[in-house]
Design a protein around this ligand. Sequence first.
Ligand SMILES: O=C(O)CCC(=O)C(=O)O
Ligand SMILES: [Fe+2]
Length: 215
Amino acid sequence: MTAAPPDLPGFQGSLFGQGDEPRPGPLDGLRRTPLARGAWVDHLPGWFQGADALFGELVGRVPWRAEERRMYDDVVAVPRLLAHYREGETLPHPALAEAREVLGAHYADELAEGFATAGLCLYRDGRDSVAWHGDRTGRSSTRDTLVAILSLGDPRDLVLRPRGGGPVALRLPLGHGDLVVMGGSCQRTWDHAVPKTSRAVGPRISVQFRPRGVR
Ligand SMILES: O=C(O)CCC(=O)C(=O)O
Ligand SMILES: [Fe+2]
């Protein structure tokens, strides 16, 4: 099912950078947090310029889908809207293709094959979320990999904990235009989630770049 461009009254945009052409900024401010079990997370706040314009264009241009999934005997709505771009498919904005290129070049030592696919999620408000999981369908179930995420719109927390349960070990507040990269064994040995929040938050878009064969 393709949803109509969602009506998203909550997004105010920032006062800075309005009207800027969307494009990725330099990566030298990236900071790495090493985690146990050979995992790590890189974070760069405010990586993207023109994030307001990019957010607006993605809301309108991307064929957002509402999905359902089976849970025991019920079919429940997945609490976020989704879109997926396979390798070779034109991304919904040229700035995302540029982002994929610069990320591939920056991480060439750790990810020789570069980033291939893009998954997009739209969290409409604080009730939308993603539960604890690792991106370990495919090659990432057995091998180290990288997943790079561009966050746009209202801030939401990305939380991490070692696979198998326990309290949150790392909480990253992801803001408008931020980059976060999960690397090493992170998808196999850690879980991540974007929890629901009762704070009054507007919409957020997450763009995830992954290598071929990783979901
Ligand atoms: O919203 C995010 O940035 C995380 C999304 C995510 O973990 C996923 O789609 O696999
Ligand atoms: Fe994920």
